[in-house]
Design a protein around this ligand. Structure first.
Ligand code: HEM
Length: 410
């Protein structure tokens, strides 16, 4: 572990459940710490705690390029994903791959795709009046949307997620991960060929045909982008959505307010993104020694940008554990900052608002099924994994209007 001694050596921030993550962060902050060495998957990493330091460092591609970290963490399994690209390659790939995720494209997808898929999942509740909302809705919806965006059959989704699940465990089981990657690529390659021949409206068609300044995406660049989408866009959004529904169903006054005032639902979404950031520790790697908040970090150190810690910084978000609709601009750090700012933020926000609206409006009397306490777990990927609910009836599909748009902090 080297010569640096970690704070709180009893916990590993990369491996332990850490239900008490934000209490621990508050303790460190109370001791005046801004950047501290912690244990992280058995090694030392430097955890950045304060909002200003986290947001500034996110955008500091010059001193701490995201690629230096993702080349080590993400790339061995996923290939050269966007986060592992620098400079021009990143700029061109982001522009080519990101078109389908721009706000206009997402607005166009709302009526055609996002609302119908949410309604289908709710219809499938059938006669049930008690169920686990995570199992039956939040865990499924963002993944279903990615499959539909890509234009792959929903029946194939479980297989794709299975391959990706093995793929990202490369550090633990290399043989299985490499085999999964080969199987996923063997599945995707003919799909790419077919879309080249007969391009449609879907994201894969856009990826194989997109062109900027005479440049097109290479086959491996497309495959890396596709490998990234389910983990980046599914796992994250589902965890924040579960947190949002937990907050709304745990507070009767909040529930009543959101039923009565649809225009406040966008604020609720932003507050859930702040309080329930699903990716709470984003990696950077110091290729040479750097100083953050007057703390010298030696060369070849892993750095963790605490976006969750930033979102719980009481200097910026007073009483951070409180779920509040009165936070003004609510400029949380959940989607990062700078050149690698989340490409899927518009999609994630739209999915959250649609889900909140349709679940509240189609399920009268929606409530928690029992009074057990539900805790978020995990530090790198954090959230709740179960949400037993009950409701009185299942109403037919409602026309979806999003009067909340104006209220959203962006
Ligand atoms: C609540 C949901 C989400 C959260 C919290 C989230 C968070 C993030 C963060 C923090 C980054 C920057 C990483 C860094 O700087 O190290 C990022 C990048 C990215 N996200 Fe998201 N994300 C979410 C949803 C999505 C969705 C729905 C998609 C697409 C379907 C997506 C696709 C991407 C991509 C492609 C990048 C890489 C951008 C680049 O490197 O230029 N994300 N996300």
């Amino acid at each position: 572990m080297g010569t640096v001694a970690p704070v709180m050596p009893e916990v590993d921030f990369g491996a332990d459940p850490l239900e008490d993550l934000y209490e621990r962060i508050a303790t460190l902050r109370g001791q005046g710490s801004r950047v501290v060495p912690v244990r992280y998957i058995g090694e030392i990493a430097w955890l950045v705690l304060r909002y200003d330091d986290v947001t500034r460092t996110f955008a500091d591609e010059k001193r701490l390029p995201a690629a230096a970290a993702y080349e080590r963490t993400g790339m061995p399994a996923m290939g050269r994903i966007l986060m592992a690209m620098r400079g021009d390659q990143h700029r061109v790939n982001r522009a080519l791959a990101g078109g389908a995720l721009l706000p206009g494209a997402i607005r166009r997808a709302t009526e055609r795709l996002l609302v119908p898929v949410a309604n289908l999942l709710i219809d499938a509740f059938g006669d049930r009046r008690e169920l686990d909302l995570v199992e039956s809705y939040t865990r499924r919806y963002p993944f279903n949307i990615i499959s539909r965006l890509l234009g792959v059959p929903i029946e194939d989704e479980a297989r794709i997620i299975g391959w990706l699940g093995r793929l990202i465990r490369l550090q633990w089981d290399r043989e299985s991960a490499l085999q999964a990657r080969a199987e996923l690529d063997a599945y995707l390659t003919p799909v790419l060929e077919q879309r080249r021949r007969e391009p449609g409206e879907d994201l894969i068609s856009q990826l194989v045909t997109a062109e900027i300044d005479g440049q097109r995406l290479q086959e491996e660049e497309i495959l890396s982008f596709l490998r990234l989408l389910y983990p980046a866009g599914g796992e994250t959004t589902f965890l924040t959505m579960s947190g949002l529904m937990l907050e709304v169903l745990s507070d009767r006054a909040l529930y009543d307010r959101l039923i009565a005032r649809p225009e406040d639902r966008a604020r609720a979404t932003e507050e859930a993104l702040r309080k329930h950031a699903p990716a709470t520790l984003l990696p950077r790697f110091a290729e040479t020694a750097v100083t953050i908040a007057d703390i010298e970090i030696p060369a070849r150190s892993m750095i963790l940008l605490g976006s969750g810690a930033a979102n719980h910084d009481p200097d910026i978000f007073p009483d951070p554990e409180r779920f509040s609709l009165e936070r003004g601009a609510n400029a949380h750090a959940t989607f990062g900052r700078g050149p690698h700012f989340c490409l899927g933020s518009h999609l994630a926000r739209e999915e959250l608002r649609i889900s909140l609206t349709l679940l509240l409006e189609r399920l009268p009397g929606l409530r928690l099924a029992d009074d057990r306490t539900i805790h978020a777990t995990g530090a790198v990927v954090r959230g709740i994994h179960t949400l037993p609910v009950a409701f009185d009836a299942l109403l037919p599909t409602v026309a979806y209007a999003d009067p909340a748009r104006k209220g959203a902090a962006r």
